[in-house]
Write a protein that binds this ligand. Structure first.
Ligand SMILES: Nc1ncnc2c1ncn2[C@@H]1O[C@H](COP(=O)(O)OP(=O)(O)OP(=O)(O)O)[C@@H](O)[C@H]1O
Length: 477
Protein backbone atom coordinates (compact mmCIF):
# COMPACT_ATOMS: atom_id res chain seq x y z
CA UNK A 1 0.00 0.00 0.00
CA UNK A 2 2.92 2.34 0.74
CA UNK A 3 3.68 3.01 -2.90
CA UNK A 4 0.04 3.25 -3.87
CA UNK A 5 -0.59 5.93 -1.28
CA UNK A 6 2.17 8.07 -2.60
CA UNK A 7 0.93 7.91 -6.17
CA UNK A 8 -0.03 11.35 -7.43
CA UNK A 9 -1.12 11.69 -11.06
CA UNK A 10 1.13 13.95 -13.13
CA UNK A 11 -1.61 16.53 -13.46
CA UNK A 12 -1.78 17.01 -9.74
CA UNK A 13 1.88 16.57 -8.97
CA UNK A 14 2.21 20.29 -8.43
CA UNK A 15 -0.26 20.17 -5.52
CA UNK A 16 1.43 18.96 -2.36
CA UNK A 17 -0.59 17.69 0.58
CA UNK A 18 0.99 18.02 4.01
CA UNK A 19 1.69 14.59 5.51
CA UNK A 20 -1.29 13.27 7.41
CA UNK A 21 0.39 13.17 10.80
CA UNK A 22 1.07 16.91 10.61
CA UNK A 23 -2.55 17.75 9.77
CA UNK A 24 -4.39 15.47 12.10
CA UNK A 25 -5.56 16.20 15.57
CA UNK A 26 -5.93 12.67 16.99
CA UNK A 27 -8.59 13.72 19.50
CA UNK A 28 -10.88 15.09 16.83
CA UNK A 29 -9.85 12.79 14.00
CA UNK A 30 -12.48 12.62 11.31
CA UNK A 31 -12.55 9.30 9.48
CA UNK A 32 -14.69 8.59 6.44
CA UNK A 33 -14.93 5.74 4.00
CA UNK A 34 -15.83 5.05 0.41
CA UNK A 35 -17.21 1.54 0.18
CA UNK A 36 -17.92 0.45 -3.38
CA UNK A 37 -18.74 -3.09 -4.44
CA UNK A 38 -16.50 -4.33 -7.27
CA UNK A 39 -19.50 -5.29 -9.41
CA UNK A 40 -18.79 -2.96 -12.34
CA UNK A 41 -16.72 0.08 -13.35
CA UNK A 42 -17.24 3.21 -11.26
CA UNK A 43 -19.70 5.71 -12.74
CA UNK A 44 -19.90 9.45 -12.12
CA UNK A 45 -22.31 8.94 -9.20
CA UNK A 46 -19.86 6.62 -7.42
CA UNK A 47 -17.01 9.01 -8.23
CA UNK A 48 -18.91 11.87 -6.65
CA UNK A 49 -19.43 9.85 -3.46
CA UNK A 50 -15.70 9.04 -3.38
CA UNK A 51 -14.67 12.61 -4.10
CA UNK A 52 -16.97 14.18 -1.51
CA UNK A 53 -15.64 11.81 1.16
CA UNK A 54 -12.07 12.58 0.14
CA UNK A 55 -12.60 16.38 0.07
CA UNK A 56 -14.33 16.27 3.44
CA UNK A 57 -11.55 14.17 4.98
CA UNK A 58 -8.79 16.42 3.65
CA UNK A 59 -10.66 19.60 4.59
CA UNK A 60 -11.04 18.32 8.15
CA UNK A 61 -7.48 16.96 8.36
CA UNK A 62 -8.95 13.49 8.78
CA UNK A 63 -8.56 10.05 7.21
CA UNK A 64 -10.05 8.48 4.12
CA UNK A 65 -10.58 4.73 4.04
CA UNK A 66 -11.20 2.73 0.87
CA UNK A 67 -13.21 -0.34 1.73
CA UNK A 68 -14.18 -2.85 -0.89
CA UNK A 69 -17.55 -4.45 -0.28
CA UNK A 70 -16.38 -7.54 -2.11
CA UNK A 71 -18.67 -10.18 -0.62
CA UNK A 72 -20.82 -10.55 -3.76
CA UNK A 73 -18.84 -13.43 -5.24
CA UNK A 74 -21.31 -13.90 -8.11
CA UNK A 75 -21.10 -10.38 -9.55
CA UNK A 76 -17.76 -9.23 -8.16
CA UNK A 77 -14.74 -9.50 -10.49
CA UNK A 78 -10.99 -8.80 -10.02
CA UNK A 79 -10.93 -6.47 -13.03
CA UNK A 80 -13.64 -4.30 -11.45
CA UNK A 81 -11.60 -4.17 -8.27
CA UNK A 82 -8.54 -3.07 -10.25
CA UNK A 83 -10.81 -0.59 -12.06
CA UNK A 84 -11.72 1.04 -8.72
CA UNK A 85 -8.05 1.52 -7.80
CA UNK A 86 -7.19 2.84 -11.26
CA UNK A 87 -10.13 5.23 -11.42
CA UNK A 88 -9.54 6.70 -7.97
CA UNK A 89 -5.83 7.21 -8.66
CA UNK A 90 -6.63 8.77 -12.00
CA UNK A 91 -8.92 11.25 -10.22
CA UNK A 92 -6.17 12.09 -7.73
CA UNK A 93 -7.97 10.53 -4.78
CA UNK A 94 -5.48 8.96 -2.37
CA UNK A 95 -6.62 6.74 0.46
CA UNK A 96 -4.94 6.47 3.84
CA UNK A 97 -6.12 2.96 4.59
CA UNK A 98 -7.65 0.07 2.72
CA UNK A 99 -9.88 -2.81 3.81
CA UNK A 100 -11.66 -5.69 2.13
CA UNK A 101 -14.79 -7.27 3.49
CA UNK A 102 -13.80 -10.65 2.04
CA UNK A 103 -11.01 -10.92 4.62
CA UNK A 104 -13.25 -10.20 7.60
CA UNK A 105 -15.55 -13.24 7.57
CA UNK A 106 -14.34 -14.43 11.00
CA UNK A 107 -15.11 -11.06 12.56
CA UNK A 108 -18.65 -11.00 11.12
CA UNK A 109 -19.16 -14.50 12.44
CA UNK A 110 -17.98 -13.40 15.90
CA UNK A 111 -20.35 -10.43 16.05
CA UNK A 112 -23.22 -12.58 14.74
CA UNK A 113 -22.62 -15.04 17.60
CA UNK A 114 -22.74 -12.18 20.11
CA UNK A 115 -26.05 -11.01 18.69
CA UNK A 116 -27.44 -14.53 18.78
CA UNK A 117 -26.35 -14.87 22.43
CA UNK A 118 -28.11 -11.62 23.35
CA UNK A 119 -31.28 -12.72 21.54
CA UNK A 120 -31.08 -9.97 18.91
CA UNK A 121 -30.37 -12.35 16.00
CA UNK A 122 -32.97 -15.06 15.53
CA UNK A 123 -33.38 -17.93 13.09
CA UNK A 124 -36.15 -17.89 10.47
CA UNK A 125 -37.41 -20.62 8.20
CA UNK A 126 -40.15 -19.04 6.04
CA UNK A 127 -39.45 -19.24 2.33
CA UNK A 128 -40.07 -16.45 -0.22
CA UNK A 129 -43.58 -17.71 -1.08
CA UNK A 130 -44.65 -17.83 2.53
CA UNK A 131 -43.32 -14.33 3.16
CA UNK A 132 -45.01 -12.98 0.02
CA UNK A 133 -48.34 -14.48 1.17
CA UNK A 134 -47.98 -12.82 4.59
CA UNK A 135 -47.21 -9.47 2.98
CA UNK A 136 -50.18 -9.74 0.61
CA UNK A 137 -52.52 -10.55 3.55
CA UNK A 138 -51.35 -7.46 5.46
CA UNK A 139 -51.73 -5.23 2.40
CA UNK A 140 -55.31 -6.56 1.87
CA UNK A 141 -56.05 -5.49 5.44
CA UNK A 142 -54.50 -2.09 4.67
CA UNK A 143 -51.71 -2.72 7.20
CA UNK A 144 -48.02 -2.03 6.61
CA UNK A 145 -46.31 -5.19 5.26
CA UNK A 146 -43.98 -5.57 8.24
CA UNK A 147 -42.61 -9.04 9.10
CA UNK A 148 -44.70 -10.52 11.96
CA UNK A 149 -41.80 -12.11 13.88
CA UNK A 150 -43.51 -15.49 13.76
CA UNK A 151 -40.09 -17.17 13.80
CA UNK A 152 -39.21 -15.41 17.05
CA UNK A 153 -41.92 -17.28 18.93
CA UNK A 154 -40.93 -20.73 17.66
CA UNK A 155 -40.00 -23.15 20.40
CA UNK A 156 -36.68 -24.99 20.44
CA UNK A 157 -38.56 -28.16 19.39
CA UNK A 158 -40.20 -26.42 16.42
CA UNK A 159 -36.81 -25.14 15.25
CA UNK A 160 -35.28 -28.56 15.62
CA UNK A 161 -38.17 -30.05 13.65
CA UNK A 162 -37.74 -27.49 10.86
CA UNK A 163 -34.05 -28.31 10.63
CA UNK A 164 -34.75 -32.03 10.73
CA UNK A 165 -37.03 -31.42 7.72
CA UNK A 166 -34.01 -30.15 5.79
CA UNK A 167 -34.56 -26.42 6.35
CA UNK A 168 -31.53 -24.26 7.10
CA UNK A 169 -32.26 -21.05 8.98
CA UNK A 170 -31.42 -17.54 7.87
CA UNK A 171 -31.09 -14.89 10.56
CA UNK A 172 -33.01 -11.70 11.28
CA UNK A 173 -32.04 -8.85 13.57
CA UNK A 174 -34.67 -8.01 16.18
CA UNK A 175 -35.15 -4.26 15.91
CA UNK A 176 -35.88 -2.30 19.08
CA UNK A 177 -39.21 -0.56 19.64
CA UNK A 178 -37.61 2.90 19.57
CA UNK A 179 -37.32 5.41 16.79
CA UNK A 180 -34.06 5.90 14.96
CA UNK A 181 -33.26 9.60 14.89
CA UNK A 182 -30.44 11.32 13.10
CA UNK A 183 -29.64 14.78 11.97
CA UNK A 184 -28.58 14.20 8.39
CA UNK A 185 -25.85 16.64 7.37
CA UNK A 186 -27.47 17.05 3.95
CA UNK A 187 -31.11 15.99 4.30
CA UNK A 188 -31.77 17.47 7.76
CA UNK A 189 -33.54 15.88 10.75
CA UNK A 190 -34.89 12.34 10.23
CA UNK A 191 -36.88 10.10 12.53
CA UNK A 192 -38.08 6.60 11.65
CA UNK A 193 -40.19 4.41 13.94
CA UNK A 194 -38.56 1.03 13.95
CA UNK A 195 -41.90 -0.70 14.53
CA UNK A 196 -42.79 0.27 10.95
CA UNK A 197 -39.77 -1.61 9.57
CA UNK A 198 -39.35 -5.38 9.12
CA UNK A 199 -36.57 -7.04 11.10
CA UNK A 200 -33.79 -7.18 8.50
CA UNK A 201 -32.13 -10.42 7.45
CA UNK A 202 -28.45 -10.16 8.36
CA UNK A 203 -27.23 -13.69 7.60
CA UNK A 204 -28.36 -15.79 4.64
CA UNK A 205 -29.16 -19.50 4.92
CA UNK A 206 -25.75 -20.27 3.37
CA UNK A 207 -24.12 -18.37 6.26
CA UNK A 208 -22.99 -15.33 4.26
CA UNK A 209 -23.60 -11.95 5.89
CA UNK A 210 -25.54 -9.16 4.17
CA UNK A 211 -24.34 -5.65 3.44
CA UNK A 212 -26.50 -4.04 6.17
CA UNK A 213 -24.61 -6.06 8.76
CA UNK A 214 -21.05 -6.11 7.42
CA UNK A 215 -21.13 -2.40 6.78
CA UNK A 216 -22.11 -1.61 10.40
CA UNK A 217 -19.54 -4.00 11.89
CA UNK A 218 -16.86 -2.38 9.73
CA UNK A 219 -17.93 1.18 10.49
CA UNK A 220 -17.86 0.42 14.23
CA UNK A 221 -14.54 -1.47 14.16
CA UNK A 222 -12.83 1.00 11.86
CA UNK A 223 -13.85 4.09 13.82
CA UNK A 224 -15.80 5.79 11.05
CA UNK A 225 -17.01 9.18 12.28
CA UNK A 226 -19.00 10.33 9.25
CA UNK A 227 -20.88 8.15 6.76
CA UNK A 228 -21.23 10.13 3.56
CA UNK A 229 -23.01 8.21 0.83
CA UNK A 230 -25.74 8.33 -1.79
CA UNK A 231 -29.41 8.72 -0.90
CA UNK A 232 -29.99 5.15 -2.12
CA UNK A 233 -28.75 4.09 1.33
CA UNK A 234 -31.07 6.30 3.37
CA UNK A 235 -33.55 3.45 3.90
CA UNK A 236 -30.74 1.38 5.49
CA UNK A 237 -29.80 4.07 7.95
CA UNK A 238 -32.55 3.60 10.58
CA UNK A 239 -31.82 -0.13 10.78
CA UNK A 240 -28.08 0.44 10.80
CA UNK A 241 -28.33 2.92 13.67
CA UNK A 242 -30.24 0.34 15.74
CA UNK A 243 -27.74 -2.35 14.82
CA UNK A 244 -24.80 -0.09 15.62
CA UNK A 245 -26.21 0.48 19.12
CA UNK A 246 -26.67 -3.27 19.57
CA UNK A 247 -23.08 -4.18 18.75
CA UNK A 248 -21.06 -1.34 20.30
CA UNK A 249 -21.12 1.41 22.87
CA UNK A 250 -19.10 3.66 20.58
CA UNK A 251 -20.46 7.05 19.56
CA UNK A 252 -22.73 6.81 16.51
CA UNK A 253 -21.24 8.16 13.29
CA UNK A 254 -22.86 11.22 11.71
CA UNK A 255 -24.71 10.63 8.43
CA UNK A 256 -24.85 12.64 5.21
CA UNK A 257 -26.90 11.34 2.27
CA UNK A 258 -26.25 12.98 -1.07
CA UNK A 259 -29.11 13.06 -3.59
CA UNK A 260 -28.35 10.69 -6.46
CA UNK A 261 -27.01 11.95 -9.77
CA UNK A 262 -29.11 10.89 -12.74
CA UNK A 263 -27.92 10.47 -16.33
CA UNK A 264 -28.39 13.14 -19.01
CA UNK A 265 -31.86 11.76 -19.81
CA UNK A 266 -32.79 11.46 -16.15
CA UNK A 267 -32.06 7.72 -16.05
CA UNK A 268 -30.80 5.95 -12.91
CA UNK A 269 -27.07 5.21 -12.95
CA UNK A 270 -25.78 1.76 -12.16
CA UNK A 271 -22.36 0.18 -12.15
CA UNK A 272 -23.83 -3.06 -13.29
CA UNK A 273 -25.21 -1.60 -16.50
CA UNK A 274 -22.08 0.45 -17.18
CA UNK A 275 -23.59 3.97 -16.89
CA UNK A 276 -21.29 6.95 -17.65
CA UNK A 277 -18.17 5.21 -16.39
CA UNK A 278 -14.92 6.94 -15.46
CA UNK A 279 -13.16 4.48 -17.71
CA UNK A 280 -15.10 5.77 -20.72
CA UNK A 281 -14.67 9.44 -19.78
CA UNK A 282 -10.93 8.87 -19.45
CA UNK A 283 -10.88 7.17 -22.86
CA UNK A 284 -12.81 10.11 -24.32
CA UNK A 285 -10.02 12.43 -23.15
CA UNK A 286 -11.66 14.15 -20.17
CA UNK A 287 -9.12 15.55 -17.69
CA UNK A 288 -9.40 14.10 -14.18
CA UNK A 289 -9.11 17.60 -12.72
CA UNK A 290 -12.10 18.73 -14.84
CA UNK A 291 -14.18 15.81 -13.59
CA UNK A 292 -13.22 16.55 -9.97
CA UNK A 293 -14.05 20.23 -10.38
CA UNK A 294 -17.38 19.33 -11.99
CA UNK A 295 -18.42 16.69 -9.45
CA UNK A 296 -17.31 18.73 -6.43
CA UNK A 297 -19.86 21.43 -7.24
CA UNK A 298 -22.60 19.33 -8.86
CA UNK A 299 -25.81 19.61 -6.85
CA UNK A 300 -24.42 22.42 -4.69
CA UNK A 301 -25.21 26.11 -4.41
CA UNK A 302 -21.85 27.02 -6.00
CA UNK A 303 -21.09 27.37 -9.70
CA UNK A 304 -18.70 24.87 -11.24
CA UNK A 305 -15.23 26.38 -11.65
CA UNK A 306 -11.97 24.92 -13.01
CA UNK A 307 -10.31 24.82 -9.59
CA UNK A 308 -7.40 22.56 -8.66
CA UNK A 309 -7.95 19.85 -6.08
CA UNK A 310 -6.20 21.82 -3.31
CA UNK A 311 -8.67 24.67 -3.82
CA UNK A 312 -11.66 22.29 -3.89
CA UNK A 313 -10.43 20.91 -0.56
CA UNK A 314 -10.00 24.36 0.94
CA UNK A 315 -13.48 25.50 -0.14
CA UNK A 316 -15.33 22.27 0.65
CA UNK A 317 -18.45 22.34 2.82
CA UNK A 318 -21.20 19.74 3.18
CA UNK A 319 -23.60 22.66 3.80
CA UNK A 320 -23.39 23.56 0.11
CA UNK A 321 -25.23 20.40 -1.02
CA UNK A 322 -28.84 20.79 -2.01
CA UNK A 323 -31.56 18.22 -1.35
CA UNK A 324 -32.66 17.89 -4.96
CA UNK A 325 -31.07 15.34 -7.30
CA UNK A 326 -28.75 16.78 -9.94
CA UNK A 327 -28.39 15.62 -13.55
CA UNK A 328 -25.12 14.84 -15.22
CA UNK A 329 -24.53 17.48 -17.92
CA UNK A 330 -21.84 16.42 -20.40
CA UNK A 331 -21.65 19.86 -22.03
CA UNK A 332 -20.89 21.52 -18.69
CA UNK A 333 -18.14 19.00 -18.03
CA UNK A 334 -16.70 19.62 -21.48
CA UNK A 335 -16.80 23.38 -20.86
CA UNK A 336 -14.79 22.92 -17.67
CA UNK A 337 -12.39 20.59 -19.44
CA UNK A 338 -11.80 23.25 -22.05
CA UNK A 339 -11.21 26.02 -19.50
CA UNK A 340 -8.87 23.81 -17.54
CA UNK A 341 -6.80 22.85 -20.58
CA UNK A 342 -6.35 26.49 -21.48
CA UNK A 343 -4.60 27.12 -18.20
CA UNK A 344 -2.52 23.97 -17.94
CA UNK A 345 1.23 24.54 -18.18
CA UNK A 346 3.28 22.54 -20.69
CA UNK A 347 4.84 20.42 -17.92
CA UNK A 348 1.41 19.11 -16.89
CA UNK A 349 0.62 17.74 -20.35
CA UNK A 350 4.03 17.07 -21.88
CA UNK A 351 3.88 13.30 -21.34
CA UNK A 352 0.55 13.09 -23.19
CA UNK A 353 1.48 15.31 -26.16
CA UNK A 354 2.78 13.85 -29.42
CA UNK A 355 6.47 12.97 -29.26
CA UNK A 356 8.60 16.02 -30.00
CA UNK A 357 5.93 18.61 -29.16
CA UNK A 358 7.66 21.56 -27.46
CA UNK A 359 6.21 24.36 -25.28
CA UNK A 360 5.69 26.57 -28.39
CA UNK A 361 3.34 23.93 -29.83
CA UNK A 362 1.35 23.70 -26.59
CA UNK A 363 1.09 27.48 -26.36
CA UNK A 364 -0.10 27.66 -29.97
CA UNK A 365 -2.88 25.08 -29.67
CA UNK A 366 -4.08 24.89 -26.06
CA UNK A 367 -6.57 27.74 -26.40
CA UNK A 368 -8.36 25.78 -29.08
CA UNK A 369 -8.82 22.38 -27.49
CA UNK A 370 -11.92 20.86 -25.93
CA UNK A 371 -9.90 17.77 -25.11
CA UNK A 372 -6.19 17.06 -25.02
CA UNK A 373 -6.56 14.25 -27.55
CA UNK A 374 -7.34 16.90 -30.18
CA UNK A 375 -3.76 18.17 -29.93
CA UNK A 376 -2.74 15.25 -32.14
CA UNK A 377 -4.75 16.68 -35.05
CA UNK A 378 -2.89 20.00 -34.78
CA UNK A 379 0.40 18.17 -34.56
CA UNK A 380 -0.43 16.63 -37.93
CA UNK A 381 -1.24 20.10 -39.24
CA UNK A 382 2.14 21.53 -38.24
CA UNK A 383 4.34 18.47 -38.67
CA UNK A 384 2.51 15.95 -40.81
CA UNK A 385 0.21 15.81 -43.80
CA UNK A 386 -3.15 17.44 -44.43
CA UNK A 387 -5.80 16.64 -47.02
CA UNK A 388 -5.37 19.29 -49.69
CA UNK A 389 -8.62 21.23 -49.93
CA UNK A 390 -10.26 22.31 -53.21
CA UNK A 391 -11.13 26.00 -53.09
CA UNK A 392 -13.75 27.84 -55.17
CA UNK A 393 -12.35 29.81 -58.18
CA UNK A 394 -12.83 33.20 -56.47
CA UNK A 395 -10.42 32.15 -53.69
CA UNK A 396 -7.62 31.12 -56.04
CA UNK A 397 -6.07 34.58 -56.55
CA UNK A 398 -5.46 34.83 -52.79
CA UNK A 399 -3.66 31.49 -52.71
CA UNK A 400 -1.64 32.28 -55.83
CA UNK A 401 -0.62 35.67 -54.38
CA UNK A 402 0.26 33.95 -51.10
CA UNK A 403 2.53 31.55 -53.01
CA UNK A 404 4.26 34.43 -54.74
CA UNK A 405 4.76 36.60 -51.64
CA UNK A 406 5.61 33.91 -49.08
CA UNK A 407 8.40 35.13 -46.76
CA UNK A 408 11.73 33.33 -46.93
CA UNK A 409 11.48 32.55 -43.24
CA UNK A 410 8.29 31.83 -41.31
CA UNK A 411 8.25 33.58 -37.93
CA UNK A 412 5.19 34.67 -35.93
CA UNK A 413 6.13 38.30 -36.68
CA UNK A 414 6.10 37.75 -40.46
CA UNK A 415 2.44 36.78 -40.64
CA UNK A 416 0.98 40.30 -40.59
CA UNK A 417 3.38 41.57 -43.26
CA UNK A 418 2.66 38.56 -45.46
CA UNK A 419 -1.13 39.09 -45.17
CA UNK A 420 -0.66 42.79 -46.08
CA UNK A 421 1.37 41.80 -49.14
CA UNK A 422 -1.43 39.45 -50.31
CA UNK A 423 -3.99 42.25 -49.83
CA UNK A 424 -1.80 44.59 -51.85
CA UNK A 425 -1.81 42.12 -54.78
CA UNK A 426 -5.46 40.94 -54.64
CA UNK A 427 -7.37 43.57 -52.69
CA UNK A 428 -8.79 40.77 -50.49
CA UNK A 429 -9.29 41.61 -46.79
CA UNK A 430 -10.89 40.13 -43.70
CA UNK A 431 -12.78 36.87 -44.22
CA UNK A 432 -12.12 36.83 -47.99
CA UNK A 433 -8.40 36.82 -47.20
CA UNK A 434 -8.08 34.74 -44.05
CA UNK A 435 -10.55 31.97 -44.79
CA UNK A 436 -8.94 30.60 -47.97
CA UNK A 437 -5.49 31.03 -46.47
CA UNK A 438 -6.38 29.09 -43.32
CA UNK A 439 -8.00 26.34 -45.39
CA UNK A 440 -5.10 26.02 -47.80
CA UNK A 441 -2.46 26.02 -45.06
CA UNK A 442 -4.15 23.90 -42.37
CA UNK A 443 -6.95 22.04 -44.17
CA UNK A 444 -9.30 23.34 -41.46
CA UNK A 445 -11.88 26.13 -41.47
CA UNK A 446 -11.25 27.07 -37.84
CA UNK A 447 -8.40 26.70 -35.43
CA UNK A 448 -5.66 28.34 -33.40
CA UNK A 449 -4.12 31.67 -34.38
CA UNK A 450 -2.26 31.47 -37.66
CA UNK A 451 0.97 33.29 -36.71
CA UNK A 452 2.31 30.70 -34.21
CA UNK A 453 0.96 27.80 -36.28
CA UNK A 454 2.83 29.00 -39.36
CA UNK A 455 6.05 29.41 -37.42
CA UNK A 456 5.75 25.79 -36.29
CA UNK A 457 4.81 24.59 -39.77
CA UNK A 458 7.78 26.27 -41.44
CA UNK A 459 8.20 27.97 -44.81
CA UNK A 460 8.80 24.87 -46.90
CA UNK A 461 5.70 22.98 -45.76
CA UNK A 462 3.53 26.11 -46.13
CA UNK A 463 4.81 26.75 -49.68
CA UNK A 464 4.13 23.12 -50.67
CA UNK A 465 0.58 23.27 -49.33
CA UNK A 466 -0.19 26.47 -51.20
CA UNK A 467 1.12 24.99 -54.44
CA UNK A 468 -0.85 21.76 -53.93
CA UNK A 469 -3.99 23.76 -53.21
CA UNK A 470 -3.58 25.85 -56.38
CA UNK A 471 -3.13 22.67 -58.42
CA UNK A 472 -6.11 20.88 -56.82
CA UNK A 473 -8.40 23.89 -57.17
CA UNK A 474 -7.38 24.63 -60.77
CA UNK A 475 -8.03 21.00 -61.77
CA UNK A 476 -10.77 19.91 -59.37
CA UNK A 477 -11.59 16.23 -58.90
N1 LIG B 1 -26.32 7.87 -9.05
C1 LIG B 1 -25.59 8.07 -7.97
N2 LIG B 1 -25.32 9.33 -7.55
C2 LIG B 1 -24.56 9.55 -6.46
N3 LIG B 1 -24.02 8.57 -5.70
C3 LIG B 1 -24.25 7.30 -6.08
C4 LIG B 1 -25.05 6.97 -7.22
N4 LIG B 1 -25.10 5.62 -7.32
C5 LIG B 1 -24.36 5.12 -6.30
N5 LIG B 1 -23.85 6.11 -5.55
C6 LIG B 1 -23.01 5.98 -4.36
O1 LIG B 1 -21.78 5.34 -4.71
C7 LIG B 1 -21.26 4.64 -3.59
C8 LIG B 1 -20.85 3.24 -3.99
O2 LIG B 1 -22.02 2.46 -4.10
P1 LIG B 1 -22.25 1.12 -4.84
O3 LIG B 1 -20.97 0.38 -4.98
O4 LIG B 1 -23.40 0.43 -4.21
O5 LIG B 1 -22.67 1.69 -6.29
P2 LIG B 1 -23.90 1.39 -7.28
O6 LIG B 1 -23.64 2.17 -8.54
O7 LIG B 1 -25.18 1.60 -6.58
O8 LIG B 1 -23.62 -0.15 -7.59
P3 LIG B 1 -24.50 -1.25 -8.26
O9 LIG B 1 -25.03 -0.70 -9.58
O10 LIG B 1 -23.45 -2.32 -8.43
O11 LIG B 1 -25.56 -1.54 -7.25
C9 LIG B 1 -22.38 4.71 -2.52
O12 LIG B 1 -22.09 5.74 -1.60
C10 LIG B 1 -23.60 5.05 -3.33
O13 LIG B 1 -24.58 5.71 -2.55
Amino acid sequence: MGEERNFIPPLLACIAFPPLEKRANPRLMVKVRFAPSPTGYLHVGNARAALVNFLFARHEGGQFLLRLDDTDTERGRPEYEQGIYDDLRWLGIEWDEEAKQSSRAARYQEVAEQLKASGRLYPCFENEDELAAKRAALIRRKLPPVYDRAALSMTAEQRAAAEANGKTPYWRFKLSDDSANWNDLVLGGRSIKLTTVSDPVLIRADGTPLYTFTSVVDDADMGITHIIRGEDHVSNTAVQIDLFKAITRKVLPRFAHLPLISGGDGEKLSKRIGSISLKSLRKDGIEPAALCAYLARLGTSKDAAPLPLAELIAQFSLNDFSRSPPRFDASQLLGLNRKLLHHLPYEAVQARLPEGAAPAFWDAVRGNLDMLTEARRWWEVVHGEIITPELPPEALPVIKAASETIPAEMTPENWKGWAAAITAVTGAKGKALYQPLRLALTGEEHGPEMAPLLALMGQERAAKRLAACVAASAHPG
